[in-house]
Write a protein that binds this ligand. Sequence first.
Ligand SMILES: *[C@@H]1O[C@H](CO)[C@@H](O)[C@H](O)[C@H]1NC(C)=O
Ligand SMILES: [Cu+2]
Length: 250
Amino acid sequence: MVSASALTIIASTLVSQVVAHGYVPQIKIGSQYIPGWNVNTDGYTTPQPIRVVRATKPDSGFISDPSSGDITCSIGNSKLPPGPITATVAAGQTVTMLWNSWPIGHFGPVLNYLAKCPGECSSWKGDSGTPWFKIQQDVYANSEWASDTLAKNNATYVVKIPKNIAPGNYLLRHENLALHGGANLGGAQFYPVCVQLTITGGGSLNPSGLGFPGAYKATDPGIHFNPYQGEAANKAYIPPGGAVYPGLQF
Ligand SMILES: *[C@@H]1O[C@H](CO)[C@@H](O)[C@H](O)[C@H]1NC(C)=O
Ligand SMILES: [Cu+2]
């Protein structure tokens, strides 16, 4: 007898092969373009290319369980990069995330976090304890969700690195949270992308406090949320993960 769960696995495998929501094949720091993770080629290349953007496997599908280990850095977070690599950015500068595309109507906030790596980022999963802190979030402005703004802005999003954090190796966790199915419990879609950075300059602030997994619950009002209730409800929306860490300077 073929169990229902086996059928579910088969069905979800098929779905994951056809779904192509968006991924980050390239980032930009200053005038420099740096390869990100290309879901169509990088995972199928031998030897596996070493990228500053963490691999997502097998594709760019979403995560729907915020307590899953995948919530840290994307599907397959258990897989570390094959070698050490970071992109260098000065504190106070920006990292531009160049998505391949983003569908209008996959709407919700864009959330950004950092975590200081205890040594090399490429040998650290970032999935235990509470090393993360929120540095930037865009929610709903001018009657538009931040992800729609991202989509219209050539699928790009600019992350500002705080001026006053301690220099070192960090994971940047940049995330689209799509709420088009969020009216149903478990219907929100998370698309986190992690970038391995070396931050130079800076100050002495060493924030932390959030865990991935840990910071989000399926029942959070910013996750179990119906974005079709209209302007007033959308303006009152409070994203998960709390406020931007206090005391950061930009
Ligand atoms: C849009 O972004 C891509 C990189 O993701 C870039 O190659 C292209 O030049 C950009 N287009 C415009 C109009 O800025
Ligand atoms: Cu989708």
